[in-house]
Write a protein that binds this ligand. Structure first.
Ligand code: ZN
Length: 376
């Protein structure tokens, strides 16, 4: 395990490749942003949008997937108010056990801001069964639900005959998942290859005995379907010089977004602006930390360090303190939902801990073998 010398990204992130000098892809990208002509990019975006005129009889110019979170709120407002487009917002709804009241209020707020919004609700029984199966198989309950989240947007683009899909973050450039890079910095049609969506997705779901027909919400449209409907995913982050977790959070909060009030010890969320619509993602980040040696606090600090808002030393302190944050209350409600006991939860988590990176003690404590910012 090696760390990027600029930020706190270890090379254990799936699909990542550091430069020969040992710099992580996100820092490498950030360094090159200093020379970007943002006005030129804006012109490129205007030219691109001109290639997708509103279809005859159509009400909307493009589709945007929203969760009612900071990124999607900012995107929706920017697309409407700066680009002058009329987007159709698509929101995948969670079952009542999972969604937070804050999340539903944030989605309502978007509708009150004047947007048209389609809510897609996968069947709750199948959702719950898949979440349990994903946790059992991958110790990652979000494996299926993220598929539904990502798939709902191109699926509805096809259904509503709107070929242009505006997506926020480019996971290749902004996080370092290099398989998602397309022909250009804004081409998002390779989003399907991101770690979350890859890997014989249907097979394990079919093994649960759930009928293929019931898995429709979890099927990301194929490259052939993309071609047939001329779908184009465009990463908006490529055009926005100040696209970041913190900036999007501030911008959206100023426009009425309701954020978290629970402490960072529970969530690993330094500013309370992520995963506003549900709580279980917070301990999934803790599990990710035990698998790969980095969690959400690392992602936060990396961005702040790159932007010059935090020193690497301060980042190390925060990562050491909070990257394994997880709330007992949220873990309990999750266990109740998928029908397992807490012991079973921890047995499963322990089984997925990367033993090269961590030691599991007899009393259940998990401690790191690596030094944050230095490696192993
Ligand atoms: Zn870096």
């Amino acid at each position: 395990m090696k760390y990027c010398p600029n930020c706190l990204q270890p090379d254990t992130r799936p699909n990542t490749v550091f430069t020969p000098e040992g710099i992580c892809p996100a820092c490498d990208y950030w360094a090159r942003l200093a020379n970007v002509d943002w006005q030129e990019r804006y012109e490129i975006l205007k030219d691109l949008l001109a290639q997708y005129p509103r279809r005859p009889g159509q009400h909307w110019d493009c589709i945007i997937g929203v969760s009612g979170g900071k990124d999607s709120t900012r995107q929706a407002l920017w697309v409407r108010d700066k680009l002058g487009l009329n987007p159709l917002l698509v929101c995948l709804s969670y079952p009542p056990e999972q969604v937070t009241e804050r999340g539903t209020r944030n989605v309502s707020a978007l509708i009150e801001l004047g947007f048209d919004l389609v809510l897609s609700s996968p069947a709750p029984g199948v959702w719950q069964k898949l979440m349990r199966a994903a946790f059992d198989k991958f110790t990652n309950w979000a494996r299926a639900t993220e598929l539904a989240l990502f798939s709902s947007v191109p699926q509805l683009a096809i259904r509503y005959n709107i070929p242009l899909i505006l997506w926020g973050e480019n996971p290749g450039l902004q996080l370092g998942d290099l398989k998602t890079l397309g022909k250009t910095g804004y081409d998002g049609n390779n989003l399907r290859y991101m770690n979350t969506l890859s890997g014989a997705a249907m097979d394990w779901m079919l093994e649960t005995g759930i009928d293929l027909k019931q898995l429709i919400p979890y099927q990301y449209p194929t490259p052939e379907e993309f071609d047939e409907h001329a779908l184009q995913v465009v990463y908006l982050g490529w055009f926005l010089g100040d696209w970041s977790l913190t900036n999007n959070g501030m911008y959206s909060t100023a426009n009425g977004l309701e954020i978290r009030t629970d402490p960072v010890e529970n969530t690993g969320d330094l500013r309370g602006v992520t995963s506003l619509d549900e709580d279980w993602v917070t301990f999934n980040q803790m599990i990710k930390y035990y698998k790969f040696g980095f969690g959400r606090v690392t992602d936060y600090c990396n961005e702040e360090i790159r932007h010059g808002n935090m020193t690497r030393e301060r980042g190390i302190e925060l990562v050491e303190k909070y990257d394994d944050a997880g709330s007992d209350e949220y873990i309990s409600s999750f266990c109740d939902y998928i029908g397992i006991g807490k012991d079973q939860f921890w047995d499963q988590v322990h089984a997925s801990v990367n033993r090269d990176l961590f030691t599991i003690h007899d009393d259940g404590r998990i401690t790191r073998k690596f030094e944050v910012g230095v490696g192993l």
